[in-house]
Design a protein around this ligand. Structure first.
Ligand code: FAD
Ligand code: NAD
Length: 474
């Protein structure tokens, strides 16, 4: 006999587990099926984000940043550290502990909220019947009033560059090196390439990022991307634009990469090669032939603006549907869908989803870039302010970068906010709030910001829109 639930969620990443908890909070009998197991083979809900994505990468970014700062920034503060060394094994096991703590925490939250958790692979059949192939070999059959599909995404592979999980690796492999590779090639200077490339470069690896496109970070506001590129250059991060990788093979324990550039074909050798050329929706084993759920030409699950699929009471959220592939976007969709199922209003504004790239300096933005506004023919005004003109930035010894704010020329409504600099990941939140309230640049300009803080750069950038910034020439 199939067990009956109000809501069955397939996938326990930040989209799925959040949807399940919210549905249970709303009094719905809820199950969450997730197949992921941790390094110890035990159930590990939390998906890509907790296990091999956001959290482990940030743990390594923080560890490597400390090491780098000891070597390159402490002296200016008058602190001398002789022969600093990094124990990569300890760094990785610290990361593993954080992951385990968080995946364990989700299992506790499931218990506290009475979410039934199934560690296995769920497949949707007609009539909202879900068969679960449990990781322990058992089979379970569930039926549901509503099914939420949250299967996430997986790394894209490129032709003639085959993962072997030892020399040619994806993001999961690059989080688990047992020692710093002497050299690391990275295909793709996107978000993963920059973050994980930074980790190993700070620890002493010779990192080369091979990027097919001629422009650096084309999704990012051009001024911000240029400022970031300048900082990465100072750090000797070798980013080669307009470089197309043709093939890679392992020869005598080295990865030999053949690439083509404007000047012709070239070969490079690395100890390890990380492939980070994007991710795609992961829908294997998710849909039985009779499930009837439509996918689009990119393999994503087709949804409307409320995350409804074409099948009644079947919803889809997170990386497997349109929109940015970000943990917080999936979580917001999970909450909105659970609330819609419970008869409440639920909505996600895809226009105000913040992005953060956790490099040093960090890059964060929300809304439109200047190049997007130009292309759309929108009349706008821009204001900017460098962290080098803030007292806090100088006091911290971390004053690279700037804040840039774009507002509608006529109404002054904020259309985009762009930051490259220390703590950009936290500073962007103020701009998201302002945009969610349809705030104007004048609103930001009239709000009192604590002194001395980095947030004063946001304030001054808003003032600069009107050529009335105090601490810079207008
Ligand atoms: P996932 O997290 O992929 O979770 C889906 C889960 O469903 C997985 O556990 C999967 O095994 C399971 N599953 C799939 N199919 C089935 C099935 N049929 N049955 C049972 N279970 C199934 N985003 C940020 O916002 N900030 C960051 O700092 C950030 N850093 C990242 C760093 C890296 C290295 C990577 C790779 C990604 C990063 N991301 C970051 C992106 C973020 O991880 C994803 O956007 C997010 O995890 C998507 O959530 P999701 O729930 O849709 O999917
Ligand atoms: P990405 O889209 O950010 O970057 C991939 C890069 O690879 C692009 O610049 C692309 O032009 C390049 N590329 C594609 N094919 C190539 C080829 N054959 N040779 C050379 N370059 C090539 O993708 P990603 O870095 O793999 O990350 C995937 C997604 O994961 C991100 O888009 C983001 O949604 C998510 N993510 C987010 C964070 C964060 O929020 N901080 C961190 C990591 C990942």
């Amino acid at each position: 006999m199939a067990e009956q639930f109000d809501v069955v969620v397939i996938g326990g990443g930040p989209a799925g587990y959040v949807a399940a908890i919210r549905a249970a909070q709303l009094g719905l009998k809820t199950a969450c099926i997730d197949r992921y197991t941790g390094k110890d083979g035990k159930p590990a809900p939390g998906g890509t984000c907790l296990n091999i994505g956001c959290i482990p990468s940030k743990a390594l970014l923080d560890s490597s940043k400390h090491f780098h700062h000891i070597q390159h920034q402490y002296a200016a503060h008058g602190i001398t550290v002789n022969d600093p060394a990094i124990d990569v094994g300890q760094m990785v096991s610290r990361k593993d502990k954080i992951v385990k703590q968080l995946t364990g925490g989700i299992q506790q939250l499931f218990k506290a909220n009475k979410v039934s958790y199934f560690n296995g692979t769920g497949t949707l059949h007609a009539g909202r019947q879900v068969l679960v192939a449990m990781n322990d070999g058992e089979e379970q059959s569930l039926t549901a009033g509503h099914v939420i599909l949250a299967p996430g995404s997986s790394p894209i592979a490129i032709p003639k560059v085959d993962f072997d999980d030892r020399y040619i690796i994806d993001n999961a492999g690059a989080l688990d090196f047992s020692k710093t590779p002497g050299s690391l090639g990275v295909i793709g200077a996107g978000v993963i390439g920059l973050e994980l490339g930074s980790v190993w470069q700070r620890l002493g690896s010779e990192v080369v990022l091979l990027e097919a496109l001629p422009d650096f970070l084309p999704l990012v506001d051009t001024d911000i991307a240029k400022a970031a590129a300048r900082e990465f250059k100072k750090q000797d991060l070798d980013i080669r634009l307009g470089t197309m990788v043709k093939s890679a093979k392992v020869v005598k324990k080295k990865v030999q990469v053949t690439l083509s550039t404007e000047t012709g074909e070239e070969q490079l050798k690395f100890d390890k090669l990380l492939v980070a050329v994007g991710r795609r929706a992961y829908t294997e084993h998710l849909l039985a032939a009779d499930a009837g759920v439509d996918l689009n030409e990119r393999g994503q699950i087709n949804v409307d603006e409320h995350n409804r699929t074409n099948v009644e009471n079947v919803w889809a959220i997170g990386d497997a549907v349109r929109g940015p592939m970000l943990a917080h976007k999936g979580s917001e969709e999970g909450i909105a869908v659970a609330e819609l199922i419970a008869g409440l209003p639920g909505h996600v504004n895809l226009e105000t989803i913040p992005w953060v790239i956790y490099t040093d300096p960090e890059i964060a933005w929300v809304g439109k870039t200047e190049q997007e506004l130009k292309a759309a023919g929108v009349e706008y005004r821009a204001g900017s302010f460098p962290f080098a003109a803030t007292g806090r930035g100088l006091a911290m010894g971390d004053a690279a970068g700037l804040v840039k704010i774009l507002a509608n020329a006529e109404t002054d409504e904020i259309l985009g906010a762009h930051i490259v600099g220390a703590n950009a990941s936290e500073l962007i939140a103020e701009c998201v709030v302002a945009m969610e309230f349809n705030g104007s640049a004048e609103d930001l300009a009239r709000i009192c910001h604590a002194h001395p803080t980095l947030s004063e750069a946001v304030h001054e950038a808003a003032l600069h829109l009107d050529k009335r910034a105090i601490h810079r020439a207008n």
